[in-house]
Design a protein around this ligand. Sequence first.
Ligand code: FMN
Length: 229
Amino acid sequence: MPRHMTGAQRILEVLLTRRSVSPRRLQAPAPNPDELDAILQAGLRAPDHGALHPWRVIEFRAQNREALAWCFEQEKLRRDPLAAPADLKRAREHATRAPLLLGFVVSPRERSKIPAREQWLGAGAALGNILSAAHQLGYGAIVLSGERCFDETLARQVGVLPGEYLVGFISMGTIREAPPQARELLSQNVWSCWQGNALQALPELPEPPELPGPAPAQPIRPSERMRGN
Ligand SMILES: Cc1cc2nc3c(=O)[nH]c(=O)nc-3n(C[C@H](O)[C@H](O)[C@H](O)COP(=O)(O)O)c2cc1C
């Protein structure tokens, strides 16, 4: 990261350079307890309508990884009773490979007046913050679900409660091997500019209000938005 960057530029750089790092590319050491605490604090700082934090993590420590590997192997056998030994080995490795392994659980509060979709978005924002915070601290991280996350028996075995969802396992550790280059993503793909005059084309709606002026003939590119304001 260039030294001349301001603090704000550095924070943006962290967001722009985050990549998921496969567990195969990770090694010890994992984030220490203080770092993990800071990473979870970043998750708790995500936008959260109603301050419900409708999510939680379950840490799988070293001494319990063999037991988790057994659960993963059994889950694989439930799905595929004829699974080959190599497939079972791979299932077990998902439990043992990562230096730090967290289950990410979404816990929508059913009785809350905050719509479920906003709670899910809040949990997703927290997950994003967690991955970015790990990256900011110099660690590699990735979230992986796979079919095991849809298995009710496994969910119960790892302590997921009725009404909660095990959405994935977060692996974290020191990057042993850099992940492949990220492909370029274009902000135009997720951006549009509302043309107020489109209201005229919706006959089933009541008369639109008087429009302030002619809509721009050409869409503005995202990079021009600020200048236009
Ligand atoms: C909840 C969740 C579950 C995911 N599960 C998988 C998975 O099982 N397998 C997979 O290849 N990618 C999975 N991904 C995607 C990867 O974590 C990663 O985001 C993706 O490979 C893109 O890489 P990037 O984060 O570097 O852009 C999942 C992402 C999320 C948010």
